[in-house]
Design a protein around this ligand. Sequence first.
Ligand code: HEM
Ligand SMILES: *[C@@H]1O[C@H](CO)[C@@H](O)[C@H](O)[C@H]1NC(C)=O
Ligand SMILES: *[C@@H]1O[C@H](CO)[C@@H](O)[C@H](O)[C@H]1NC(C)=O
Ligand SMILES: *[C@@H]1O[C@H](CO)[C@@H](O)[C@H](O)[C@H]1NC(C)=O
Length: 301
Amino acid sequence: MRFSKTAVLAVVANTVLAQRPSNISICDYYTTALLKDNTADNQATLLTLVVNTVVIGNYTQPNVGVSVPGILAPGTYDGADVNLLPYFTGELASSNRGGDHGVSVNFLDDGGAEPLKNNKPANTENSSQYFLLTHLYQFFGSLLGCSKQGMPGFDAYGGHASMYEVHKFMALDPNELGYFITQVGLAASSFGVADSDVQAVGTALTSLFDERCAPPTTVIPSQGAQLQAICIDDTCPLAAEATCASYEPVVEPSPVSSSVSATPTASSTSLYPTAIPTAGAGTNGVGLGAVAGGIGALFWW
Ligand code: HEM
Ligand SMILES: *[C@@H]1O[C@H](CO)[C@@H](O)[C@H](O)[C@H]1NC(C)=O
Ligand SMILES: *[C@@H]1O[C@H](CO)[C@@H](O)[C@H](O)[C@H]1NC(C)=O
Ligand SMILES: *[C@@H]1O[C@H](CO)[C@@H](O)[C@H](O)[C@H]1NC(C)=O
């Protein structure tokens, strides 16, 4: 993936951007609104800005006054404490690399927050951090209907097809999903995305990934129907047409002892964002999922 030489926003309104016409995808509309030309490069840049903000919290200047803690910051959701960081540092044996149990992977192995602040996925192009971040740009680009994705400048999604398989050894619960989805909504809001679009995205993410035992569903068209439930803990809401037999018993991830863990210590404190804003952390401020929104508005196949 290539990145625009400058990711400075061409237009940053102090308020929410104008209403999106229903025949233009969220990706195309906000690429044009924020970066002017609706090119593959600019679509990749938009997704980089939004996903990096989801991960490390708001870091771009100026912004529209929405504070985003980011998924690496501890917070609360629905009154429960949430801390997703250990899933990304290698502190938990929670990654699926095949087999019947999770393994420890440090996803902050290539610069941590620093390259993200520079609108990059990682310092180099062959690290766990690089592949995770670029796959997130690509995946969300597809979800948001980026019309130029697949052309030079913005690769099609190249990660695993089943979100269940990717996340199955994390044993995630509704508060963890809710916190993550809230950060996606806050990040979008921080760039001026209209509430109606934020809510449509939140509703889609909730119904696709936040329901236990969900039947195989197509998310990336070329990958076909796959098991997509990321929320698999007993406390997750049950999908309408639940196919629990397709899912394996939930395995809680075990902590990895510090001597074995790839988790860095003193020398790499800088891997983690140091100045994470905490105001409004995890307060579901955008009401994601509370409003019925058409998933159709999100998908363009
Ligand atoms: C709406 C919810 C979510 C979506 C759409 C989503 C999507 C994704 C995607 C596309 C990947 C890349 C897969 C690949 O490279 O093959 C990924 C990986 C990952 N996600 Fe999520 N995710 C969600 C929620 C969460 C939550 C709540 C956590 C909690 C910690 C999480 C932790 C991770 C981790 C650690 C990886 C790396 C997994 C690996 O490579 O083994 N995700 N996610
Ligand atoms: C969207 O609809 C408007 C009004 O109906 C039309 O003028 C415009 O060409 C359409 N745009 C696209 C990309 O289809
Ligand atoms: C994040 O956004 C808040 C609200 O606009 C702002 O006060 C803060 O300075 C931003 N943080 C960074 C690091 O840009
Ligand atoms: C990328 O990293 C993997 C695993 O560390 C290694 O086996 C491979 O040779 C590397 N590829 C390149 C092009 O550096």
